[in-house]
Design a protein. Structure first.
Length: 149
């Protein structure tokens, strides 16, 4: 019980909560409007024809250390070689998605190059597609070198 004559202090100002509610309403209205007007989605990879495709077998040595082999078993790259650590990061993302969806599959992933130059790693078990171009030039180079070996 608050004694009479004491001033009650607001923890979160009323005006702040009102402006926050207004901001949320404006965002929801604008998203609804843009979807209703059929504006194209931003941030979605454009459709293109597949130019090259290879299957890669990821062999896990420990949590972040993987070896990438081709369909004949030839070692193409290891994640411990210099800047190849991104190979392990991509494989861990795929593993995490499989755990979330409770899917057990083999460690074979497809790597495709599209006509517009994009490179993606695709897990056929979860339908997850990782756009390698989104992670910078060095990480793109790690995967693009796998096409040349």
């Amino acid at each position: 019980m608050i004694p009479a004559g004491t001033k009650q202090i607001e923890v979160i100002p009323k005006r702040f909560l009102q402006s926050l509610g207004l901001l949320i309403a404006l965002v929801l209205i604008s998203v609804f409007t843009f979807r209703l007007m059929d504006y194209p989605l931003v941030g979605v990879a454009p459709k293109a024809e597949i130019v090259k495709e290879i299957k890669l077998d990821f062999v896990e040595r420990n949590r972040f250390d993987v070896v990438v082999r081709d369909k004949y078993g030839k070692v193409l790259a290891t994640s411990t070689d210099g800047t190849n650590g991104f190979l392990g990061v991509v494989f861990n993302a795929v593993k995490r998605e499989r755990i979330k969806k409770r899917i057990e599959g083999d460690n074979t992933l497809r790597m495709v190059q599209y006509a517009n130059g994009r490179i993606a790693v695709i897990d056929d078990w979860t339908q997850m597609e990782i756009q390698v171009n989104s992670f910078g030039v060095k990480n793109l180079e790690v995967f693009s070198l796998l096409f040349n070996t």
